[in-house]
Design a binder for this molecule. Structure first.
Ligand SMILES: Nc1nc2c(ncn2[C@@H]2O[C@H](COP(=O)(O)OP(=O)(O)OP(=O)(O)O)[C@@H](O)[C@H]2O)c(=O)[nH]1
Ligand SMILES: [Mg+2]
Length: 459
């Protein structure tokens, strides 16, 4: 078990061939340790560092041997990221300098920081709340501009502000109810109940609006899992390569070219796609191909979007029909490729599909923009204004909002059924607790540990 007030240290930058690395120390011993291992340009120990200034000098080991040339900054508590004393040492890049300095620091009264422990301290010491801490992880991991923007708005505290406002409103309602329970002779029951009802409806609307943004938030964060599927040789890998704008997958005229699934991420007009090219679906005796086909079929369930590729120059075959059946209940874009060749495909028996089919020729570079337009309208049509809407992009937060919404529905049910005000009070309190958990009020230690363990070391 680690103690929250230990002094901790870690290398905060990714180790590799970089220009500089940063070693961070936080805690009561931070300043003392830095003073012990540092000498200035005259090779003298210093008595202190000026708060929030960079000081040039050397790090020397216990025998006085120079390890590296550095810039040291001292940030005095409480106005620091962790709200503790923080030292940051900028040393030269590469792996060795930073590691040697960290090893030296470890010989003092200090231990290695756990993953995310600096940010965890920022949370535990009240500098940021949980939505902001989660936003920091998401900013680090953001793969698209949009996902980054959403997380920055959370870091600024926009989500916390809305949640805290809701909590305030519930506290007011509870106070009203308490007055009623304590002084029943005032007989303001009806007024109170009406107010609770009105407020609950209004708050429920707000929460539902937030919940409705969660699908979009998830897509921006994780990308649309897009499976390219079809019988062999229809041009799946050609389409994949076109979307990626590189020759990632092997393309040949031999049916059965792609054996394994190939997964890549791409950003198309700001829409993040995780594209998976698959082995052409057919019955085959080839052991390797068979496994590939199995893999492709298994991926259907977990896909957010299926791109079903058909070959315009071939008649509809049993394999096509089988795939059409398998994807019946999924979000599908039907793509008819090779429209540069003489058309043989007949979809008369599949009128509903025919209407939706997008005609393309990867070879001639025709019709491909229609695919992106379709994705855009399928997933984002008029729903979200990234700049102004607050978007949920975290499953934990979404689930708590769903619970809070259920609590308010219960409140409204109880009112409609003329239940005693005690019931209403209980559900309002649960709602308040669920909202509180979003921003990190009364969250369990285990949960805090779990959330911060997703961070990298040194953050
Ligand atoms: N005429 C024409 N040929 C195309 C077009 N798109 C792809 N092809 C050709 O069709 C053949 C098969 O393309 P692939 O992209 O390998 O097809 P696939 O669906 O990945 O095939 P498997 O991996 O075997 O399942 C290649 O010879 C491509 O050059 C197109 O729009 N028109
Ligand atoms: Mg292929």
């Amino acid at each position: 078990m680690t103690m929250e007030h230990d002094t901790i240290a870690a290398i905060a930058t990714a180790l590799g061939n970089s220009g500089i690395n940063v070693i961070r120390i936080s805690g009561d011993e931070a300043l003392e340790i830095a003073l012990n291992i540092f000498v200035n340009k005259n090779n003298e120990k210093v008595k202190s560092f000026k708060n929030r200034y960079l000081t040039y000098g050397m790090i020397v080991d216990r025998d006085g041997k120079v390890i590296d040339e550095v810039l040291v900054s001292f940030m005095q508590k409480p106005n620091t990221f962790t709200r503790e004393d923080v030292i940051e040492i900028n040393c030269h890049g590469g792996i060795l300098s930073a590691k040697k300095i960290l090893d030296l620091i470890m010989t003092y009264n200090c231990r290695m920081a756990e993953q995310g422990e600096f940010t965890k301290r920022a949370f535990l010491n009240g500098r940021i709340d949980l939505t902001q801490a989660e936003a920091i992880i998401d900013i680090i991991n953001a793969k698209t501009q949009s996902s980054h923007e959403i997380s920055v708005s959370h870091l600024e505290g926009r989500l916390s502000k809305q949640i805290n406002e809701l909590i305030e409103r519930i506290i007011n309602l509870l106070a009203n109810i308490e007055v009623n329970i304590d002084f029943p002779e005032y007989d303001e029951d009806v007024i109170t109940i009406n107010k609770v009802k009105e407020e609950s409806i209004n708050m429920l609307n707000k929460i539902e609006t937030l919940i409705n943004t969660a699908d979009t938030g998830k897509i921006y964060k994780e990308g649309i899992k897009t499976l390219i599927i079809g019988k062999p040789n229809v041009g799946k890998s050609s389409l994949m390569n076109f979307l990626l704008n590189e020759n990632r997958a092997i393309v040949t005229e031999i049916p059965g070219t792609t054996r394994d699934t190939i997964e890549e991420q791409v950003n198309i007009n700001g829409i993040p796609l995780n594209i998976i090219d698959t082995a052409g679906i057919r019955k085959t005796e080839d052991e390797v191909e068979k496994i590939g086909v199995e893999k492709a079929l298994n991926k259907i369930n977990e896909a957010d979007l299926i791109m079903m590729v058909l070959d315009s120059s071939k008649e509809l075959e049993e394999e096509d029909i089988e795939i059409l059946k398998l994807i019946e209940n999924k979000k599908v874009i039907y793509i008819k490729n090779k429209t540069d060749l003489e058309e043989k495909l007949n979809l008369d028996e599949y009128k509903n599909i025919e209407e939706k089919v997008i005609n393309i020729s990867v070879l001639k570079n025709e019709g491909l923009e229609k695919i992106t337009n379709t994705i855009q309208s399928m997933f984002f049509e008029g729903k979200i204004d990234l700049e102004n809407d607050l978007i949920i992009n975290n499953a934990r937060q979404k689930n708590l909002l769903i619970n809070a919404a259920k609590n308010l529905e219960e409140v409204l049910n109880s009112i409609d059924n003329g239940m005693s005000i005690d019931f209403i009070e209980i559900d309002l309190k649960s709602c308040m607790e669920n909202l509180g958990l979003i921003v990190g009020k009364a969250v369990s230690d285990d949960l805090v540990d779990k959330i911060f363990s997703d961070f990298c070391i040194g953050k």
